[in-house]
Design a protein around this ligand. Structure first.
Ligand SMILES: Cc1ncc(COP(=O)(O)O)c(C=O)c1O
Length: 420
């Protein structure tokens, strides 16, 4: 499976409406309907450019750097576009590091996070990387390389503000507690490595700026007591997606405000004057709105008061996020008959395969298309090839649309099996 053989020839200029609007996605999707290109993901740089402008406006005057979270959307075309802006990239695995280097990003613009990276990072003696150590074991195993390669180093903090969202009484596995930090800092001092970055990532969908404020106060309090005054505060990601609702119904960003966070960060700078830079690694907030899943209705069945629309894409293959999130759905063509209760199913032979259950226009029928919006975060990394293989991917660079991944064929799939 590969990118289209001659992408330049196949690129199609698309007139674009306001990024992220229904018209914007409908215009991108329209040429694909005739080609029977479904199921496929459509991703575009335009909503990301718009989100970046919004962030720049919200935090004007603060020394903020926005890192692209690769794990959120590991799409080579996106990395290439982002890198062309001279912006930096955050990775959490060896594969992501290799992708980022392949896309031309220099090591000094790469930040390495994530647990247990001593397993693989030792294989990459690149100069001037940015690395946040996640444990004492990492600091021990990588400290000497860090010193030799002039890495800009940091420590990930495990504060009481970070917990397992499924079971809040449990802390997460990430970062270091106060006693672990004491140990790691001593090891790094011995190896003559300066700790310049204080890092945490609370979780996805942080409900309020208050959570960030509490984590910074606790984390920087600990580091200060241990005699460490980092110049960089890296608050991770976690801003909620503006248009997504969780299944329980609440808007994820109900009480989250960029303006309040801006004010909180200004307070933090006054309280900890040694801070010179603030880093953010927002995944879903930045890229969630930059994608849509385009699927076609293949069949319709009435089951009592519920209608099942069986489509060529769905949850099992394309949107694990639909287990806990509700996203906006557009219909192509636009249908407007009185809504009836509808379950949107994917094509796999699994009852689990339901993208959405909600009232949708009763005149929707086989042959119509649906666009599941806000698919630009955590869809691609969690897609599966369940029974059908991976779907096509289209990339819009702000003016042209091109296929960057062909749908997986049997030959593509079979090639992975040695000795078959
Ligand atoms: C270290 C780190 N940074 C950034 C992110 C991006 O998070 P989000 O998509 O919630 O903004 C994550 C996600 O888990 C993460 O673990």
């Amino acid at each position: 499976m590969g990118a289209a053989s001659n992408p330049a020839r196949r690129a199609r200029r698309v007139k674009s409406a306001e990024p992220g609007t229904a018209e914007f996605w409908a215009e991108l999707a329209r040429p694909l309907l005739r080609k029977k290109a479904t199921p496929c993901y459509l991703f575009s740089s335009a909503p990301i450019a718009q989100s970046l402008a919004q962030l720049d406006a919200a935090f004007t005057g603060l020394p903020i750097t926005h890192w692209l979270s690769v794990k959120t959307q590991p799409l080579p075309a996106l990395l290439r576009w982002w890198n062309s802006l001279g912006r930096p990239i955050e990775v959490v695995s060896e594969l992501e590091l290799q992708l980022t280097l392949q896309m031309g990003c220099p090591p000094e613009r790469i930040l390495i996070n994530g647990p247990a990276k001593h397993r693989w990072l030792i294989r990459h003696p690149l100069p001037r990387l940015n690395v946040n150590f996640d444990s004492v074991a990492e600091a021990t195993a990588l400290g000497t390389l860090a010193r030799r390669m002039h890495w800009r180093c940091g420590v990930r903090l495990n504060t009481r503000c970070e917990f397992d969202t499924d079971a809040p009484e449990f802390p997460t596995q990430f970062g270091m507690t106060e006693s672990e930090l004491g140990e790691a800092l001593a090891i790094l001092v011995e190896k003559r490595v300066t700790v310049e970055i204080a890092h945490f990532h609370l979780r996805s969908n942080v409900a309020s700026h208050v959570d960030y404020l509490a984590a910074v106060n606790e984390g920087l309090g600990i580091l200060t007591r241990l005699g460490c005054q980092p110049a960089v505060l890296d608050i991770g990601g976690g801003f909620p997606s503006p248009d997504v609702t969780i299944r329980k119904g609440a808007r994820l960003d109900a009480s989250f405000s960029l303006n309040s966070l801006n004010l909180a960060l200004r307070q933090i700078r006054n309280r900890f004057p040694f801070l010179k830079e603030i880093w953010m690694e927002n995944g879903r907030w930045l890229s969630g709105r930059s994608g849509a899943l385009l699927i076609r209705v293949l069949d319709a069945k009435q089951r009592g008061v519920n209608r099942n629309l069986i489509c060529d894409g769905g949850r099992t293959m394309n949107s694990l996020m639909s287990v806990w999130e509700n996203h906006r759905i557009l219909t192509l063509p636009e249908r407007s008959a009185t809504p009836c209760m509808t379950t949107v199913n994917g094509p796999t032979c699994m009852a689990f395969d339901k993208l959405a259950r909600r009232p949708l226009p009763s005149d929707l029928r086989a042959g119509d298309h649906l666009l599941w919006l806000d698919a630009g975060a955590y869809h691609l990394p969690w897609e599966t090839r369940f029974s059908h293989g991976l779907c096509a991917v289209y990339w819009h660079d702000g003016c042209t649309l091109q296929q960057v991944r062909a749908p997986e064929t049997f030959t593509d799939w079979f090639r992975q099996w040695r000795g078959s």
